[in-house]
Ligand binder design. Structure first.
Ligand code: KIV
Length: 266
């Protein structure tokens, strides 16, 4: 049995902080798991960070299944959460149940994430009643960027803030094991965190959340600094390191220094 289950994450509220990360492949999933993250999210941010799209909207079920299965093969202890892509759960609850089932059965995920609050509470109830652990996601919901006009901070007006509180309460009453709060004011995230019985996992939502999540490519410094949100902290500069390594290789192959005798079979 894995060290982290959805139940354990739910019960960690108030006891331990949850440093979560995304991953999209076997190689990096192994490393983030070894680093001790309790939850690895195979985010539909895959569409942007790995596949080069401008938004998460183009991510497909087949892409998400393919990458989730790779992450599952790399993870020993963390809970693996698959992000349900745009239009894999919105059209009907039946479609949502079938697609969530594919993530658990075909890809080996431990849970799924869906975006939305009150609007999705009934679906969360059906998923959890049928054995699918669900991570909620409110605030900036990237699958709605075409409708809301971009990647914008949410919850700044009192009515919006009140709606987000209602969303969080509805999701926790419906059975989510935790809720992602994205791009909302720190004070609102703190209020929601105090109000709900499940952990909140913030991204651009300040320090009062029960956990944090970052997109791995942002943390590693693989995202161009100009398209990186303010809430990201770069813990490495892999873009520069990869460029330097690739340039060194190009130079050595052109100059004849690689491969040397030590890289050659007798
Ligand atoms: O797709 C993703 O990576 C996410 C996180 C930003 C929470 O939804």
């Amino acid at each position: 049995m894995k060290q982290w289950t959805a139940l354990k994450i739910r019960q960690s509220k108030g006891a331990t902080r949850l440093p979560c990360l995304t991953a999209y492949d076997y190689a990096t999933a192994r490393l983030v798991d070894a680093a001790g993250v309790p939850l690895v999210l195979v985010g539909d941010s895959l569409a942007m960070s790995v596949l080069g799209f401008a938004t998460t909207v183009p991510a497909t079920m087949e892409q998400m299944l393919h990458h989730t299965a790779a992450v599952v093969r790399g993870v020993k202890d963390a809970l693996v959460v698959a992000d349900m892509p745009f239009m894999s759960y919105q059209a009907s609850d039946e479609l949502a149940l079938l697609n969530a089932g594919r993530f658990l059965k075909e890809a080996g995920a431990d849970a799924v994430k869906i975006e939305g609050g009150v609007l999705r509470a009934e679906l969360v109830r059906k998923l959890t009643a049928n054995g699918v652990p669900v991570l909620g996601h409110i605030g900036l919901t990237p699958q709605s960027v075409l409708a809301i006009g971009g990647f914008k901070r949410q919850g700044r007006q009192p009515a919006e803030a009140a709606q987000l509180e209602q969303d969080a309460l509805a999701l926790s009453a419906a059975g989510v094991f935790a809720i992602v709060l994205e791009c909302i004011p720190g004070a609102l995230a703190e209020k929601i965190t105090k109000a709900v019985p499940v952990p909140t996992i913030g991204i651009g939502a300040g320090a009062a959340c029960d956990g944090q999540v970052l997109v791995l490519h942002d943390l590693l410094g693989l995202t161009p600094p100009e398209s990186q949100p303010r809430f990201v902290k770069r813990y490495a500069e892999l873009d520069a390191a990869i460029l330097q390594a690739a340039k060194a290789y190009v130079g050595e192959v052109k100059g004849g220094a690689f491969p040397g005798p030590e890289h050659t079979y007798n």
